[in-house]
Each structure stands twice: as structure tokens, then as C-alpha cells.
Design a protein around this ligand. Sequence first.
Ligand SMILES: [Mn+2]
Length: 308
Amino acid sequence: MKLATRINSFLRTEKNVLDVFEKLHNVDGLNYVDLNYPEHFDGVTVEEVKKSMEKNGLKLNGLALRFKDDFINGELANKKDKIADAALNLCKEAIDLTEKLGGSQITIWLGYDGFDYSFQINYSESWKKLVKSFQTLADYNRKMDISIEYKPYEPRSFSLLADAGTTLLMLEDIDKDNFGITLDFCHMLMKGENPAYGLDLAFDRDKLFGIHLNDGHGLQDDGMIVGSVNFIKTLEFLYYVKKYNYKGIIYFDTFPIRESAMEEADINVKMINKHFEIIEKVGMKRIENIIEMNDAVKAQRIFLEALK
Ligand SMILES: [Mn+2]
């Protein structure tokens, strides 16, 4: 299994990503890193990053775009072409750098492409602008996978790409093989989605490019330890991960604030392994048979057997 964890959790106590790589070396089971662009490249050279990853047995999955204050009224769909172009250029830089560092994908979360008020934006114009920008990026480097991570709200009241269905609709409109979706478990809970449903829809279309696993109470992006709040939903989610033989990365997008980042990463690895063990114990075939019965009461047998 390819596992990665959130670098920023470690940056509370470490100076830069090079120091974080040294720490990650000590967490069993973590073998990949996702870096934020441009923020994680502040004060370090690309060569230093490359060398330190190699030294600590880590591979780059890819870069995740982080748009700062210039983009506060929108990134790729910004009404002002000059700002939208700057956002597009930042994505192109991330693609070039990912290739240079041996990664295979960039992840784009558009935190500011959204709205707060009624009558604030032209919806279809914004949508079409996004489609066009994404298509430009897809053709910029056909070998690079580009994945859209949606989040329903925060910092905007409404995001343009807010749920699994809307993001899959966007992928239909983009119509490029190298474009896919990244599902963040907490973001799905915030939207009131059942995570396994969105996951199955994405797998079924061969569009699942990334998983951010975590947990939360649904109202905000809590970023809590895997399985700590929604055990049965996590179990169902990971059942589909196994069923579809997902080959991508599972990234722990969790926010240890008062906890040791090392211990927290370690427990996430143990939690995910335990969930997969339980799925094995109950049995893929048995779970499949229960789903086919379409019976809510019988479905609880999976929960009961998991508790044994
Ligand atoms: Mn995430």
C-alpha cells in the first residue's frame, strides 16, 4: 500500500521539509510524500528536496497547489483574466517541478473559486472558464495526472466544485484522460455525502486519482485520526478501495494540533491496517453477498462481526 502523510503537521516543530523527511523516515509504512507548491519550497532548493527524499527512502507522489491572497476572489475562474492567468501559470510551474522531482500528479483544490452572496457571480461563465483552464493544463503535459480535490465550503461559503457529483460533471466537460478526482473523507462528510458512494462513482468511471483519508464530525474540516469518529463509514469506504484494487496513494490529511505528529501518523497507519484486517476477516465475498441482499438489518452483521 502506498501511504503518505501531511507535511504541515510536522512543520509545527520542524524548520522545513528537509527536517520533516528525517522524521518521516521513522514512521513505519509511510513511503510517499505530497508537497505543497509553492509554500514547501520556501528556503530550500529543489536539489536539496530531491536528495533528502532519496536519503530517507521517500518518493514524491506529487505537488498540491496552494493559492495565496492574490487569489482571494478566485483562482482559475477569477473574473479578472490577469489573475486567472497567474493561477494557470502557477499550476504549470507545479507540473514542471513535479516532473523534475519524479512525481506523477498534481492536485488542485480551488479554495477561492466560489461565492458567498446571491447574484455575486456568473455561474455558467465561471464554469466554462474553469473547463477551459483545466483543458489547457491537461494538454500542457499529457503524461502528468491532474486531480481535482473538491471541498464544499471554507474559505468561501460555496465552492464551485463542492461535491463528488459536480466534480465528476466537471471531469465529463473537461474530457481528458489525465484528469481525475481526489476524494477527501472529511470534505465528503462536510457535504453530507456518504463517502463510499462518491468513491464508487469515481472508481466506476476510472477517475479516482487520489484519496485523502481522515475523519471528522461533518461540520468543519476536522482532520481527525482515521476511523476515530465514523468507523463503519470508513470500513465501507476501504471495502471499495480493496474491491477496485486501488493502486494510488492514500494520504492522511489529518491535523494533529495538540498531538505528536509522529505518534499521530503512526496510529493512522495502524488504523488503516486494522480496517483492512477486519475486511479480510469478514471476507470480501461475504460483504458482497450482504450488499446484494439489500437488507439494512443484515448489513449490521458486518458491524457485529467487525466487533468480534
Ligand atoms: Mn485534503
